[in-house]
Ligand binder design. Structure first.
Ligand code: PMP
Length: 290
């Protein structure tokens, strides 16, 4: 079929594609069914436009039009449970000044919610032999598909070595992030998370965690973290749209703390779950009704 006639051509320059990973959660209780609210819509759509700006992609729709498209897609599919939303944008094969936009959606199972058995599953991570890509080559701060080749190498290496997933160091040797989520550790009752300059994606979830964790009386430090500090942490967990709040049992077979999942991680996950369900008035502004 001629390229110009194809709805999506086989010649698409997909290496420049960008996307967002967004979740809509059920109001009231994240483990039930009912009304859905999109978490962090404004932050996600802002990041999508920033990624487009970095990659030089045209955005043919406004932020308001995209929200309407997301709402229509969710309604048309009749979702009543937690729903994942992944807007994708990539240049057209025939004219790279124009972009395709699609909004795939699908249901997902949350790790969160009281007595959810998935939350406490054992998760063994390794420090990857691959370094996180750095912004002088390919900016990790933009959510481009190309960045996920770096993630896939690390994850596949980890699985080959018998682990569940990997943690990257950045090119300076400081702790960066995991393959699809940011990392937080707990040391002496304080949460530590690497800065944006440690080659991490500017995570929406991480930004919200940094804002709400102090409500629990737990201070948060954003600073470079050494590998040895990671090893000698009391607890560690991932934060991200996909990862939500995922406890990590060990890194390189060095176990964290005495309890798994750790008590601070559990408190953060429960609070986050309440925020997502719309039960915390202070953070209702992070939720956009479908
Ligand atoms: N880092 C990477 C590499 C990711 O893919 C993700 C998931 N989008 C995150 C961090 C977490 O970002 P967010 O909280 O915005 O989902």
């Amino acid at each position: 079929m001629p390229t110009g006639e194809a709805l999506v051509s086989a010649m698409e320059p997909i290496y420049l594609g960008i996307f967002e990973g967004i979740k809509a959660y059920v109001e009231g209780d994240v483990l039930s069914e009912g009304r859905l609210n999109i978490f962090g819509w404004r932050q996600h759509v802002d990041r999508l436009f920033r990624s487009a700006q970095v990659d030089g992609l045209a955005m043919p729709y406004s932020k308001v039009e995209l929200l309407e498209a997301v709402r229509e897609t969710i309604k048309a599919n009749g979702y009543r449970g937690n729903t994942y939303i992944q807007p994708r944008v990539w240049p057209k094969a025939g004219n790279q000044d124009e972009s395709h936009v699609v909004v795939p959606t699908w249901g997902f199972e949350t790790l969160l919610g009281k007595s959810n058995p998935r939350f406490g599953e054992e998760r063994r991570f390794m420090v990857s032999s691959w370094r996180r890509l750095s912004s002088d080559a390919l900016p990790p701060q933009a959510k481009s598909w190309a960045n996920y080749a770096n993630s896939a190498l690390a994850r596949r290496e980890a699985v080959r070595c018998g682990y569940d997933n990997a943690i990257f160091l950045d090119r300076r040797g400081f702790v960066s992030e995991s393959t699809g989520a940011c990392l937080m550790t707990v040391r002496d009752g304080r949460v530590i998370t690497p800065p944006v300059t440690a080659s991490i994606l500017e995570s929406v979830t991480r930004g919200c965690f940094i804002e709400f964790i102090p409500d629990l009386g737990v201070p948060v430090e954003v600073r470079d973290l050494t590998r040895v500090e990671l090893y000698a942490s009391d607890e560690a967990f991932l934060c991200g749209t996909g990862g939500e709040c995922t406890p990590i049992a060990s890194v390189d077979d060095i176990r964290f703390g005495e309890e798994y999942p750790g008590p601070v991680t559990v408190r953060i996950a429960e609070y986050y779950s309440d925020i997502l369900a719309g039960n915390v008035a202070e953070y209702k502004s992070w939720l956009t009704p479908v």
